[in-house]
Design a protein around this ligand. Structure first.
Ligand code: ZN
Length: 203
């Protein structure tokens, strides 16, 4: 199982990190060892002083596919979820400056929260899903899939040109603005509409 992550997919987040607006989706991967085990706390790794939360809509692939046309992309998933792409921002900034890959900052153990999934059929329109992240009961990030630069089906088309999608693969679709540092004792709770899909303690 692989985690395929999209960067810079929301304009407001591109602005907050002063990144350039991409002409193609920005893609990186996390290995399966990055998935935070269920009911486990997230331990801030010793190599970072500035780990950020990035709440993201997840898409779970249910069929093997390659070169999937956007028109048919909806046949390759039937569940939508929510997760966190934890990012060691201090390390990522250094790697970006040197033009190096981001894996050390993004793909470390525990860096991917995969919350519960909801059947796609429960949504009227997957391109209009509200989601948010609370930290200690305060809303810190809020998004809607309508604001994605590349919508879910377009991402599947793009990603599957490069990588064969397999059953169980998960696409992290990018974060809206509001990314911020996590601290010990934070309690991170993710919601789609009013449904809680994960609750993570930071240590
Ligand atoms: Zn992200």
């Amino acid at each position: 199982m692989k985690l395929i992550c999209i960067g810079r997919n929301y304009t407001d987040h591109i602005k907050e990190l002063e990144n350039e607006r991409p002409t193609d989706p920005v893609i990186f991967m996390k290995p399966d060892t990055a998935v935070l085990l269920k009911k486990q706390p997230f331990f801030i790794p010793e190599f970072s002083q500035d780990v950020h939360h990035e709440v993201e809509i997840l898409v779970k692939i249910n069929k093997v596919g390659k070169y999937i046309d956007e028109k048919f992309a909806h046949k390759y998933y039937d569940e939508i979820g929510l997760g966190i792409d934890f990012t060691a921002r201090d390390l990522q900034t250094k790697l970006k400056e040197k033009g190096l890959p981001w894996e050390k900052a993004k793909a470390f153990d525990g860096a991917a929260v995969v919350g519960d999934f909801i059947p796609k059929s429960e949504f009227e329109n997957i391109n209009n899903i509200q989601f948010h992240l609370e930290n200690n009961k305060k809303i810190v990030q809020k998004g809607n899939t309508s604001l994605m630069l590349w919508k879910i089906d377009a991402l599947i088309e793009y990603v599957s040109k490069y990588f064969t999608l397999k059953i169980g693969d998960i696409i992290f679709t990018g974060t809206p603005s509001g990314v911020a540092k996590v601290n010990p004792n934070d309690q991170l709770e993710g919601y789609i509409e009013n449904k809680q899909l994960f609750s993570i303690k930071v240590k």
